[in-house]
Design a protein around this ligand. Structure first.
Ligand SMILES: Nc1ncnc2c1ncn2[C@@H]1O[C@H](COP(=O)(O)OP(=O)(O)O)[C@@H](O)[C@H]1O
Ligand SMILES: [Mg+2]
Length: 167
């Protein structure tokens, strides 16, 4: 694991999220705290960007029955742990990540921030990443939800990086 993020920031955003969520319509996601941004959300998690530049993912809903299942932060951490010592093919890599566990088993995942997802690439860039993507999925045959909003592109190194390891 390449440690990133702090327990303080993870705890701060978790408790903000839980508190703010309790006061809004159950299908909305809370506004971020001052100085933070909400980067995106999928069906399961909300990604907040801290003032420090680190992404923190909290679960959209924490409840006893979905905390540890498919697409949860728990399952993301299991998958990252499982694959992080693997040798990745050229043109792709793991994100820097970390995880923090809070009372009642609530997990927050920290991750390096990417400025672009694969769905924002030009056709030319898309062509240039095709082979790396196929090679990477070849060694990760148990990671299934690899659509373009779950993959990022590192502009500096021109590498493809999976950001959603929930499945
Ligand atoms: N490391 C990251 N860098 C930039 N954006 C991110 C990052 N992690 C998540 N996001 C944004 O948040 C969205 C939801 O995160 P994701 O992990 O895919 O959650 P879900 O499991 O709900 O699909 C992503 O599609 C993306 O827009
Ligand atoms: Mg996703």
């Amino acid at each position: 694991m390449y440690a990133i993020g702090t327990e303080e920031e993870a705890g701060f955003i978790l408790y903000h999220h839980l508190q703010a969520q309790a006061s809004i319509n159950s299908w909305d996601y809370p506004e971020p705290p001052e100085g933070w941004k909400r980067l995106g959300s999928g069906c399961y998690r909300v990604a907040y960007l801290a003032p420090s530049g680190v992404v923190y993912k909290v679960q959209g809903r924490y409840s006893n029955d979905n905390d540890r299942t498919w697409q949860s932060n728990f399952s993301e951490v299991q998958n990252l742990r499982k694959h992080h010592l693997k040798r990745f093919p050229k043109g792709c890599r793991l994100p820097r990540w970390n995880s923090f566990e809070f009372p009642e088993g609530k997990i927050v995942v920290a991750m390096e921030k990417f400025d672009r997802l694969l769905n924002s690439l030009t056709w030319q860039e898309r062509d240039s990443t095709r082979e790396a993507r196929i090679r990477m999925l070849g060694i990760l045959d148990d990671v299934h939800d690899t659509h373009d909003a779950n993959l990022a592109y590192d502009d500096k190194t021109k590498e493809v990086v999976i950001i959603d390891w929930g499945a």
